[in-house]
Design a protein around this ligand. Sequence first.
Ligand code: HEC
Length: 131
Amino acid sequence: MKRHLERINRTGLALLTSSVLFSLPGCYDKDQYDETKLKLDTKDVSIMKKGEKQFLKHCGSCHSFQGTGGTSGPSLDLLGMRMDGTMIRESIIEPNREIKDGYKGNIMPENFGMILSEEEMDSLVYYLTNS
Ligand code: HEC
């Protein structure tokens, strides 16, 4: 009888152990998910920083964005609500194709397509549409 109980206990222990082990992958997945999300956020932030750097270097003297910059060009706040990435790219590369109402043409430099690398342009457009 005593031996029988011992066997039950051992089975109980085995069940307990396996249920702990069984529940572990669940926890692990959750941690993994959070970690992936964290990595994505970090990546986003680094693209944003690169884009901001490009803006301050090339655009901020004429355009304001989020409270900083000049006024000889239109504010670029909420640009992403009016234009998609392709349109923004076009107006950076060919600024005189369409002139914004109330502003003069031939003021914005036409060489950004030449001086910005692909990565710099991408990060700039990303920054302007995701801030
Ligand atoms: C020397 C001043 C100057 C600089 C530097 C400049 N811009 Fe401009 N930009 C203007 C002016 C003026 C306009 C309005 C006339 C026009 O549409 O071309 C304009 C228009 C634009 C427009 C169209 C805005 C709209 O609402 O239609 C975008 C987008 C733009 N600029 C982005 C940029 C970006 C991004 C940079 C930096 C890479 C930049 N500009 C650098 C002067 C400048």
